[in-house]
Design a protein around this ligand. Sequence first.
Ligand code: ADP
Length: 374
Amino acid sequence: MATLTTARRIVVKIGSALLVDRRSGQLRVDWLHALAQDVAMLRARGADVLLVSSGSIALGRSVLGLGNSDLALEQSQAAAAVGQIRLARAYEEALAPHDITTAQVLVTLEDSADRRRYLNTRATLGTLLGMNVVPIVNENDTVATDEIRYGDNDRLAAQIAVTVGADLLVLLSDIDGFYSANPSQDPSARRFDVIDRITPEIEAMAGDAGSGLSKGGMKTKLMAAHMAMTGGCGMVITEGSPNRPLSLLEQGANATWFTAQEDPQLARKRWIGAMKPRGEVYVDAGAERALRRGTSLLPAGVTRLGGDFGRGDPVSIIGPGGPLGLGLIRYTAEEAGRIRGCHSSEIEERLGYPGRAALIHRDDMAVSLAVETG
Ligand code: ADP
């Protein structure tokens, strides 16, 4: 399984308590600048890095003078709106000296529940990573309401990790791992080094959060671990408060590692392969050969379409000799009909607006590949 040294795509989750001093409500600037050094170290090695960071409400509440009392939903949302802009600027200022460009990405639960939005999130994040940008992801607290919000960035981070096909998710916490009981209540609790499977016994050991700023606790971290592990991504919980926690992790700091069950590409293909198709895309022999080599499906190879599917829906891909597999299509049935058989350069003219070159991207496809011989 991927370690910090071997991982190619890493999501790091940073909790409010690390970033914002609980008493003063001020940003811990020195800590953030040290973290930026760690991020620069990973980037220099060629790893893609995404940061999932909370802290907008904690920062905004001090700017607005809201004190430490409980906030009404609309007050939290107002605080998030004020705090988020500062949070994003703080990351930008910390990473810019390392020549790292940052991007702010705000998501809500629907971005992953709804397949079309999910594909958009995936495409945007993929494009940013392709341009060497470090996305700073947070829940869009300003529009999220109580019912739909993740409420904790542990699960949001796991969702993002699986969405972008990361191989490692690092949760920087206020504790150095997962214990057999909440150590603040049970001094005999022992830390696990590795957890390969989340059993009911493990679940029973997880308690709620101890600190005032965080909502998660170990229960949401186990849910995150489950999401990550089944999505092919390893996860590690380590203490984030010392300066340069990622370097420390690499040097063997205390942590609990959760093992990925399989590689992220395979997990994703299995997920797509199990979907119920909403339509059919018939392709010619040339396209079939290309798909078996692992390329994306372009409109040029499509001969016929069936069914009434929407953007992001699963469709069967059928070659001259029979079904090849499933994929998530990037166009509606109506759009696909208009660009069927045409060259990529003609897509915009046929549609009247620019579109993506691939009808089905290779990452969104579960087609068995040809065995290379010779
Ligand atoms: P974060 O800083 O990541 O937001 P949380 O405060 O949400 O951290 O969760 C970590 C806290 O969870 C710990 O400080 C501890 O009080 C509590 N906790 C409950 N059960 C456990 C457990 N089995 N092992 C470790 N910590 C636990």
